[in-house]
Design a protein around this ligand. Structure first.
Ligand SMILES: NC(=O)c1ccc[n+]([C@@H]2O[C@H](COP(=O)([O-])OP(=O)(O)OC[C@H]3O[C@@H](n4cnc5c(N)ncnc54)[C@H](OP(=O)(O)O)[C@@H]3O)[C@@H](O)[C@H]2O)c1
Length: 264
């Protein structure tokens, strides 16, 4: 008896649910058509330093696809090849404080995805990643609550591979070009520097050991300071998926003032 009644009740429920679902679907479709499929709930003003680079160009594409306004910075904006109504190519140099200040003030998020070595001291302090981190904090800090958030694309050398041991310590120095060694150490220095910054909303989004040119899948894991390995012991993600993780963080601000990592 109970079973029969339950079946009848549930049949009715299924019919009601189907009608309800049809209404929800049609309302949702109308909303999507009105607002634009794939458009972000709230469009952000996102500055991308390194927009012409291998990682940064994916970040620009991802942000535009989600309906954000992107300010793609280059020392030579003619290098920004993409064209889009929400994209502005902006001339800027991270070594020039006035230019940085002018570009970032009033924006929502700054993404730092640059590389380089300044001068020939051979010291980690000469890595652009570290110099740029100091420069941006110097500019953002006085802006207080109105300062944009800062997402720093970090280096895999700053990931822990076992307790107390960074991946950088495992790299065969003899095979590394000197400039790359400076950048790897500069990225670790940048992370140490951010660790002391409590008046700027930063997130250090660490690259995996290997970037691939694979497609955007939208499926990856977010870890912390420890390298995330897949079941074959690899720590990797496509640049396109790394860009998804960065724009997720730009939109959601889930991990303020901490190091996160992205990998399959
Ligand atoms: N496994 C790993 O750990 C790993 C692997 C790859 C990359 N990464 C990290 O990912 C980030 C991006 O690397 P990438 O390979 O995409 O770099 P990339 O292709 O070499 O591009 C470097 C970017 O830096 C910009 N840049 C250089 N000097 C600048 C300055 N003074 N002012 C403003 N912009 C400047 C360049 O812009 P313009 O020349 O247009 O001005 C260019 O867009 C870096 O932080 C890098 O350390 C990590």
């Amino acid at each position: 008896m109970f079973a029969t009644t339950a079946v009848n009740e549930s049949d009715r429920t299924i019919q009601l649910t189907k009608a309800g679902m049809r209404r929800v679907f049609l309302t949702g479709l109308a909303l999507l058509l009105a607002t634009g499929v794939g458009r972000a709930q709230q469009a952000l003003d996102i500055v991308v330093y390194g927009a012409t680079g291998e990682v940064g160009s994916h970040v620009v594409t991802e942000a535009l696809q989600r309906g954000h306004r992107v300010f793609a910075v280059s020392r030579n904006p003619a290098r920004v090849e993409m064209q889009h109504p929400n994209l502005s190519a902006v001339r800027g140099d991270l070594l020039d404080k006035a230019s940085v200040s002018e570009i970032v003030t009033g924006k929502d998020v700054v993404i730092l995805s640059v590389r380089g070595v300044i001068g020939d001291s051979g010291m980690p302090e000469s890595a652009l990643q570290f110099i740029a981190a100091e420069m941006l904090v110097d500019v953002l800090s006085p802006l207080g609550d109105s300062a944009p958030r800062l997402l720093h694309v970090g280096g895999s050398g700053a990931l822990e591979v076992e307790p107390g041991v960074l991946y950088a310590a495992r790299l065969p120095k003899i095979l590394l070009p000197k400039s790359l060694e400076v950048e790897i150490l500069g990225q670790i220095l940048a992370l140490e520097f951010y660790g002391k910054v409590d008046d700027v909303n930063w997130t250090y989004v660490t690259a995996p050991k290997n970037f691939t040119n694979g497609p955007r899948t939208g499926v990856f894991r977010i870890g912390g300071e420890r390298a995330l390995e897949d079941n074959l012991g690899r720590t990797r993600v496509s640049r396109a998926d790394f860009a998804v993780a960065l724009i997720d963080e730009a939109e959601q601000a889930m991990y303020p003032r901490q190091q996160i990592s992205v990998a399959y």
